[in-house]
Ligand binder design. Structure first.
Ligand code: DC
Length: 244
């Protein structure tokens, strides 16, 4: 087995990546990187600071000078004026929790609106560039499960094993509504399908690090799989391919 292996999981919104990444990281005892959360934090804070989400140099200065990421650290009471102190807390088997300037922002970060804002800022090369070292620093012993859109293509191109998850857009819309605890009726489904399609299109067609299937990735269609089935298929592949 390689030292500190990386397993990447890429795919479109609501394809099951986050859930699979959480289950695998808990089972393997590996660190977990939810890279979408970093883009959501940038989208949310930049919008809160009333920046234009397409202004590359404005975003670059903002991230460099006003955004501070702290992982699993005790929050400090001191907040520099105009800055956003972002505390990300990791928990085994469940999603990260986040506080910004002492405020719990878990719900707003995972809202549809923040999802759209994050997708817009994620198309800005300067933003992607500044987030790369933060993502690579998450690789610590004994290994990492990394969830996102460019994990296997750009951030960890030498990963020991790469998954690409997908599911029909109808299934993904249903899952996202469940996740947001919204009713799954016909009109919400139609609206969510259209939102997911727009977001996927933006993520797939941007110039930099677009969402695509990494070379040599194991493709997993999760449309008709339960969470347990998806986990079992992925876990078996890991055992067979990288012997852990
Ligand atoms: O996985 P998510 O829905 O939390 O991601 C939010 C947005 O962040 C997604 O629409 C595109 C962007 N993103 C990205 O560009 N690259 C990643 N590795 C992860 C997310």
């Amino acid at each position: 087995m390689a030292d500190n292996p990386v397993i990447t999981i890429d795919g479109p919104a609501a394809s099951g990546k986050g859930t699979l990444a959480q289950r695998l990281s808990a089972d393997l005892g590996f660190n977990l990187l939810d890279s979408g959360l970093l883009y959501r934090i940038v989208g949310y804070t930049a919008s809160d600071a009333q920046l234009s989400l397409r202004d590359a140099s404005g975003l670059e200065v903002f991230i460099r000078d006003r955004l501070r990421f702290k992982i699993n650290q005790e929050p400090s009471r001191e907040i520099a004026p105009g800055s956003y102190e972002v505390y990300i807390f990791k928990h085994v088997g469940v999603e990260d929790t986040v506080s910004i300037n002492g405020r719990n922002v878990n719900l707003v970060l995972r809202s549809q609106e923040t999802g759209v804002n994050s997708s817009i800022v994620s198309a800005v090369p300067e933003v992607r560039h500044l987030l790369i070292p933060i993502q690579r620093a998450m690789l610590t012993p004994p290994g990492l499960v990394a969830d996102g859109r460019d994990m296997g293509t750009v951030v960890f191109p030498d990963a020991q094993l790469k998954f690409y998850l997908d599911a029909s857009v109808g299934t993904r819309a249903r899952r996202r509504l469940d996740q947001l605890q919204k009713p799954v009726d016909q009109s919400s489904l139609v609206k969510m399908i259209s939102e997911l399609e727009q977001r996927d299109k933006r993520d797939r067609t941007r110039d930099i690090a677009p969402l695509k299937i990494p070379e040599n990735a194991q493709i997993l269609d999760t449309t008709n799989l339960t969470i347990d089935e998806m986990f079992t298929v992925a876990r078996t592949t890991i055992r067979e391919q990288i012997l852990i």
